[in-house]
Design a protein around this ligand. Structure first.
Ligand code: ATP
Length: 328
């Protein structure tokens, strides 16, 4: 049995997880930096991570009832992410791998979101719809790479919903409140912006704000925001499905909580005789088990390990640059 320890540290969450090669999550402990008000200051986030790193590693090992010496390798989120946060994870991972004299594997954070989604839903080769706060990407595996078929040209859909919600006084995060208000709304026209396979959300937010100031109701705006944004993503996903000739769609990221969004994607899949999956919500946010599992896939498929001292963070690492060795 192969066992690894994975560390997540790309942004506000620092986490440690132990998984085995059967995909069993033996422990998955995550702590998120929060503030009473204001946003994230990167060096304060890094201080938070540094303070908790040692203890969290010990707790994750204890919870899994695994002795350090039983670990076969260490893996960590190498990018993309905020450099100060990434460095804390990398330093801790390097220290562990060097002390234990075991391999160290860098994992791509976005890839890890996709692979844990596959593990938990049993989807095999889906078109991924990855929609979180900052990300909106339609991704599929083709010719040894995860390829981005469409993506936002400006803000992620979650951030667009949150920005609109903040402007009309819904607080943060606004996504769930928009979903509630939308149930009582009617459709009014908003800009529908799909350029080729890419998407743009910022113009929709601007227009919705202008209409709000002119007295259009919150309910109508919420309903129309949802219908417009979700239709745009569904259209691009449908075209990616057709282009790749795939038969599955897997929705991941926090916006997967929205029932109307799932319903729209599901309906499109039914019409194309494809199967729709949505990743379990508790695994949609950032956490360490996804990093550990991603590392496990890499470990099993490629034993050419990099020298620990050579490994560094990759803050701008795009998913289409990852060499996918684990899918045959
Ligand atoms: P990122 O990792 O992209 O920086 P994040 O970690 O904040 O962002 P997630 O936790 O995956 O992202 O998702 C959060 C987003 O999901 C927020 O923008 C939130 O408004 C949105 N969201 C949550 N629930 C719903 C819902 N029911 N409807 C629409 N959006 C939702």
């Amino acid at each position: 049995m192969t066992i690894c320890l994975g560390i997540e540290s790309t942004a506000h969450t620092f986490g440690v997880s132990i998984v085995n090669d059967k995909g069993k999550i033996l422990s998955n402990l995550n702590k998120t930096y929060t503030t009473e008000k204001g946003g994230m200051i990167p060096h304060e986030v890094a201080l938070h991570h540094k303070k908790i790193a040692d203890n969290l590693v010990e707790e994750a090992l204890n919870y899994a009832k695994i002795k350090k010496e039983k670990l076969d390798f260490i893996t960590f989120s190498q990018g993309p992410g905020l450099p100060p946060s990434l460095r804390i994870g990398k330093d801790k991972a390097k220290q562990l791998a060097s002390n234990l004299q075991i391999p160290l594997i860098g994992s791509n954070h976005i890839c890890a979101h996709l692979e844990i989604g596959k593990l938990l839903t049993k989807a095999k080769d889906p078109v991924f719809v990855f929609v979180s706060g900052a990300n909106t990407q339609i991704i599929a595996y083709e010719s040894e790479r995860y390829r981005i078929f469409g993506e936002t040209l400006d803000v992620g859909m979650g951030n667009a919903l949150d920005k609109f919600g903040r402007d009309i006084g819904l607080g943060f995060p606004a996504g769930p409140k928009i979903e509630e208000l939308a149930k009582k709304g009617n459709y009014i026209e908003l800009p529908y912006i799909v350029k080729g396979m890419d998407l743009s959300f910022s113009g929709i937010v601007t227009k919705a704000n202008q209409l709000f100031k002119k007295g259009v109701s919150k309910e109508d705006l919420c309903y129309s925001m949802q219908e417009t944004c979700f239709s745009m993503v569904t259209e691009v996903t449908e075209r990616a499905l057709a282009h790749c000739n795939k038969k599955e769609v897997l929705l991941i990221g926090g916006v997967a909580a929205n029932k109307r969004f799932c319903e729209m994607l599901n309906k499109m899949c039914e019409q194309r005789k494809a199967k729709f999956y949505s990743a379990p919500l508790r695994h949609c946010g950032d956490h360490a088990a996804m990093i550990a599992w991603q590392g496990m896939l890499q470990y099993k498929s490629n034993k050419n390990f990099e020298d620990v001292s050579e490994i560094d963070i990759l803050p701008k690492w795009r998913i289409d640059e990852v060499e996918v060795t684990w899918i045959k």
